[in-house]
Design a binder for this molecule. Sequence first.
Ligand code: UDP
Length: 325
Amino acid sequence: MSNKKRVLITGAAGFLGSHLCDRFIAEGYDVVGMDNLITGDLKNIEHLFKLEQFEFYHHDVSKFIHVPGKLDYILHFASPASPIDYLKIPIQTLKVGSLGIHNCLGLARVKNARVLIASTSEVYGDPMVHPQTEEYWGNVNPVGPRGVYDEAKRFQEAMTMAYHTFHGLETRIVRIFNTYGPRMRLNDGRVLPAFIGQALRGEDLTMFGDGSQTRSFCYVSDLVEGIYRLLMSDYAQPVNIGNPDEITIREFGEEIIKLTGTHQKLISKPLPKDDPKQRKPDITKAKEILGWEPKVNRAEGLKITYDYFRSLSPEELNKTAHRFD
Ligand code: UDP
């Protein structure tokens, strides 16, 4: 058997999953990608199919997972991850975070693999502590529209920690804050693809509420570096990975207008229920434990992302409907 390390990445055809596949291939790993393609897209990993280090399983991880051969690492990144997506497919969102992680953890025990799970700043809900530290327990409405995602991710953390303490499994938990970059789905409803897509189509930019809510946007290569370092570390408690450069959604919209040179304007739409008012990671732990901090500033990251969206075909640009409508 080869000495090369072998990693299973669930959600491999998604935005983050596909960038992780690229990173592990570049590091010399054999990569097994898995995705049910509900929100993922094969075009994100098309370039990997010709490589012998890459294989792909079209499979739903909330069903029993069978992967022949050894596995050194399992990264669980399968999940719808935008508010619009999990409003449209709430049950799948709950299942991939609960049944899906249970299957991954079971597989990890059999293979003696280390598991890293993609958790989220949504575990903090609409936070009463700012910036959010890992010690904050959160302010989540379990029965609100975001509850299906937030509670699935909270359950996923609890399940992962239980396998760590009860079975002694090696586990890592990354709490991911808003991340952006090429391969985001143009129609996923998130603010960045929404604004850039609108600017490119010559539509007004739909700002929800008065735009005073804040977010802190991390460029994808920074996030991937943080995840890689966390996986290689020996730290089993949750770690925030995100860019602490906080901005209001109104200012963000103005930045996109400037970047794209659109003559359209920001228009206000109703604020969705339970939309967090502020979000910014405290990254002290990531700095101290992983020696990590973001390197790509918003101006650089937005430029690369805009160039990616601009390179899409008019058909893709006009595709606003969801596949599961
Ligand atoms: N938002 C907006 N216009 C849009 C989409 C989103 O103003 O067309 C706002 C949304 O209400 C939220 C922020 O942008 O306050 C970030 O939304 P996103 O869906 O990207 O992620 P979230 O951080 O809320 O999960």
